[in-house]
Design a protein around this ligand. Structure first.
Ligand code: 5AD
Ligand code: SF4
Length: 446
């Protein structure tokens, strides 16, 4: 590659999970520190970071087509500098470098703190790949957070040791590591100083977080949440994503005891058939999952539940899929994510017998989503007439209209004299399938 001018503008395109959104924000902050600014809406950026997701579908192909679109008909001087980050970079970095000469940098999710150095090299015309996985070094090397959204993310844990047989995460994000307690309390305070009212604690397996508090005691996620709840100015705490095997009694109790911990739980189950769950290496049954949810609901009766589902796992029969629908009926989810099984290279399930035909998966997904949509709307309707606290996150489509989130993570629209970051009392007046129309009752805090 030829040496080039230092980029002046950037665009970070994040795909996939909230962890990637967090990583994308941190990369943007690092570029900001270098004086590179976000490209104005509708204009080409000098540097594009494709922050990729590898969890499903034809992730790598998508990256190549994005690269193709960015460089089509352009000479190197005119084309943007391209960095590929995220889990596709981790899994297929070398292939990307070999196949896509337009890419200057490939940087894995545990190495992106080195992006500035890589950028220096790229400007000299040197291509660079960094997919090392140094345990946790990244966070200490990132710049301080100065500005943030009212609802912010904080990565507390990364990686996963669960090895569900369909999942690529243990390979792309590596082994479980917990960030130290002190760093998290400090970062939470900084986020609040920078404008956060709500913090969602993120981890691929967040409930496996463990650490040592300031008194030298071993604490789990519940202990961390209890201490973060003492941070002045922080009004709401959430966490995601959990595995049923790591939900301990303390965390369940925390839902009943800590007002700032929002009444919402995202707890993926994936399937309703015990045979399928076993083949997925999930270490829980449908029954043990339902019993666990009962304990959460006993601690916090108005808890809203969310889950993840996979249809068409290898060998899944019609009757086994019906068990997923039965479980959905039994739970009554407030929202959920559902996916067609996608064989991921290198995972055990990809080479299992009985791969399910696409048409069968399509049909199952449709039926599952119809059931989940029905329950989501029913949940929204059940909150009609309630007045609750809403955190204002952004402007709505019409002048004077605002969008915020209820404690149960529903989107609520309303009009009134408020601002982004305000916590206000809103009466939920009319429920739609995906959001609710509300009426402003009272400002709570600026
Ligand atoms: N195919 C389909 N869905 C998957 N997920 C993870 N791996 C796969 C796969 N190979 C889903 C799971 C997980 C969510 C983040 O993505 O439901 O909980
Ligand atoms: Fe993947 Fe979640 Fe299973 Fe870990 S617990 S392997 S991240 S699906």
């Amino acid at each position: 590659m030829k040496p080039t001018n230092s980029p002046k503008t950037y665009r970070v395109k994040s795909f996939g999970c909230q962890m990637n959104v967090y990583d994308g924000e941190r990369m943007a902050e690092m570029l900001g520190e270098r004086g590179i600014v976000p490209a104005p809406e509708g204009e080409d950026a000098d540097l594009v970071v494709l922050n990729t997701c590898h969890i499903r579908e034809k992730a790598a192909e998508k990256v190549y087509s994005d690269i193709g679109r960015l460089t089509k008909g352009k000479t190197q001087d005119k084309a943007p500098m391209i960095a590929v980050a995220g889990c596709v970079a981790q899994a297929e970095g070398e292939e990307i470098m070999a196949r896509a000469p337009a890419v200057s940098m490939v940087v894995g999710p545990q190495a992106y703190h080195r992006l500035p150095e890589m950028l220096d090299k790229a400007v000299q015309g040197e291509r660079a790949t960094d997919t090392d996985m140094p345990a946790i070094a990244k966070f200490a090397a990132l710049p301080e957070r100065k500005r943030t959204n009212p609802a912010s993310f904080l990565t507390v844990q990364e990686g996963c040791d669960k090895f569900c047989t369909y999942c690529v995460v243990p390979y792309t994000r590596g082994a479980e590591i917990s960030r130290p307690y002190g760093d998290l309390v400090t970062e939470a305070r900084k986020l609040v100083d920078a404008g956060a009212k709500e913090i969602t604690l993120l981890g691929q397996n967040v409930s496996a977080w463990s650490g040592e508090n300031d008194k030298g005691q071993a604490v789990g996620l519940a202990g961390l949440i209890r201490d973060l709840a003492k941070v002045d100015g922080l009004a709401r705490i959430r966490y995601t994503t959990s595995h049923p095997a790591d939900m301990d009694a303390d965390l369940i109790a925390a839902h009943g005891e800590i007002d700032k911990l929002m009444p919402f739980l995202h707890l993926p189950v994936q399937a309703g058939s015990d045979r399928v769950l076993k083949a997925m290496n999930r270490s829980h049954t449908a029954e043990s999952y339902l019993r666990l949810l009962e304990r959460f609901r006993a601690a916090r009766p108005d808890l809203a539940l969310s889950g993840d589902f996979i249809v068409g796992f290898p060998g899944e029969t019609d009757a086994e899929f019906e068990e997923t629908l039965k479980l959905v009926d039994a739970v009554g989810y407030a929202q959920a994510f559902s996916f067609k099984y996608s064989p991921r290279p290198g995972t055990p399930a990809a080479s299992m017998e009985g791969q399910v035909a696409k048409e069968v998966m399509d049909e199952r997904l449709q039926r599952l989503q119809a059931a989940l949509n029905r329950d989501q709307w029913a949940f929204n309707r059940a909150t009609e007439g309630r007045t609750c606290e809403v955190l204002v996150e952004r402007k709505g489509k019409h002048p004077g209209q605002w969008l915020g989130k209820t404690p149960w993570l529903q989107s609520a629209w309303f009009e009134g004299d408020v601002g982004i970051g305000d916590l206000v009392q809103v009466e939920l007046v009319e429920a739609g399938p995906n959001s609710l129309a509300g009426q402003l009752r009272e400002r709570v805090a600026a």
